[in-house]
Write a protein that binds this ligand. Structure first.
Ligand code: KIV
Ligand code: ZN
Length: 397
């Protein structure tokens, strides 16, 4: 799956920019709102992680959003700070007012281009939409030299019209063209083809970076983002823990670790310090009160936990048997072997040693039988339960 232009070397650069929208699209999900201080904490964490662009909010949305964008813009020095604006001068002015103190600022302006959105949401004819794209991007460009344009509902937009709007947005000065899968409708092969189509058909596409912004309604946001990168996209929009409207946005931790872990087939790099992934995930879930599901890839409580005897035995021999990345690489100190009814003798012995017990073969056999009886009755077997099981006669060292 490679586009002609990519193979021709136009998109040979293999750096993928990470555009984090936790503070804008993430914060828009029900129950996820953050106050000013919390937004600053998250922004500082994103900056420390090496995020290229932090979308700090939608300044026209409220005074709180405006203040948050202004404050983040004033404090962050090592990431570009973006603010969202609809295609009106009022929105764009407000965004610029909030952003202008930034070391590096970006105005991100958008307008729907799909037939459904133009007819029912905007109630505008395609010609008027096309003109508004040119006007809004040109206006934003007068204020800020870094302008990103997004055709909202891009994946359900008619191709000729999408190409025309993208070409005009670039002519008007947009240097990033972001293709949103606003309703999480597309599938990877289709999204790859869409990006490849833009790379091949839009004559001035070389003057812009293609970005992708995927929602997770079908659980495909990460897969779609990776497919787009393979077709030539070089910016991924994402959020910590995948928070965002409805089923959320592309999860930053997943897409970054996929690029890092499968560099053999996805030879693209990001600037993210992956060891900060776990602290960032915990910060966002603590602040928003949105807990992370235990089996969530990369940051779920079970992502590096093993219970079955066969897996625990494999892990004790060589961690690569059941782990494709190290816990340290995402900021954890180690994997956990969870003691339960599926655990085997090898893991049990290792747990006892970790707890400071050394048992003879007979003692171990005896304790293991009692451990299995307990594990059948009790869902979670804690360290204290194991300590209580072990005979007083056992030597603790
Ligand atoms: O999902 C979407 O289309 C958006 C745009 C504003 C980029 O969030
Ligand atoms: Zn979105």
């Amino acid at each position: 799956m490679t586009s002609d232009k990519q193979t021709a070397g136009v998109a040979a650069e293999n750096h993928v920019k990470i555009f984090d929208t936790t503070l804008r699209d993430g914060e828009q999900s029900p129950g996820c709102s953050m106050n000013l201080e919390e937004k600053i904490q998250v922004a500082e964490m994103l900056e420390a992680m090496g995020v290229d662009i932090i979308e700090a909010g939608f300044p026209i949305a409220s005074n709180g959003d405006f203040e948050a964008v202004r404050e983040v813009a004033a404090r962050v020095k090592n990431s570009r700070v973006a603010g969202l604006a609809r295609a009106t001068q009022k929105d764009i002015d407000r965004a610029w007012e909030a952003l202008k103190g930034a070391e590096a600022a970006r105005i991100h302006t958008f307008l729907s281009t799909s037939p459904l959105h133009m007819k029912f949401k905007l109630q505008m004819e395609p010609e008027a939409v096309h003109q508004a794209v040119i006007d809004s991007v040109s206006y934003a460009r007068k204020l800020c030299e870094d302008v990103e344009w997004s055709p909202e509902d891009g994946t359900r937009t008619e191709h000729d019209f999408l190409c025309r709007c993208v070409e005009s947005a670039i002519k008007a000065g947009a240097r990033t063209i972001n293709i949103p899968d606003t309703v999480g409708y597309t599938v990877p092969e289709e999204f790859h083809a869409l990006i490849a189509m833009l790379m091949n058909r839009v004559p001035n596409i070389d003057q812009a970076t293609i970005s992708v912004h995927c929602h997770n309604d079908l659980g495909l946001a990460v897969a779609n983002s990776l497919a787009a990168v393979r077709a030539g996209a070089r910016q991924i929009e994402c959020t910590i823990n995948g928070i965002g409207e409805r089923a959320g946005n592309c999860a930053m931790e997943e897409v970054v670790m996929a690029l890092r872990t499968r560099h053999d087939v996805l030879p693209y790099d990001t600037r993210i310090d992956t060891r900060k992934i776990t602290p960032a995930s915990r910060l966002v879930s603590t602040i928003t009160g949105f807990s992370v599901q235990p089996n969530k890839a990369i940051v779920g409580a079970n992502a590096f936990a093993h219970e079955s005897g066969i897996h625990q035995d494999g892990m004790l021999k060589n961690a690569q048997t059941y782990e494709i990345m190290t816990p340290e690489s995402v900021g954890l100190t180690r994997s956990t072997l969870v003691m339960g009814k599926h655990s085997g003798r090898h893991a049990f012995k290792s747990k006892l040693e970790e707890l400071g017990f050394r048992l003879s073969d007979n003692q171990l056999q005896d304790a293991f039988v009692r451990f299995k009886e307990l594990a059948d009755r009790k869902k979670d077997v804690f360290d204290e339960d194991i300590v209580a099981l072990v005979d007083d006669a056992v030597v603790r060292h």
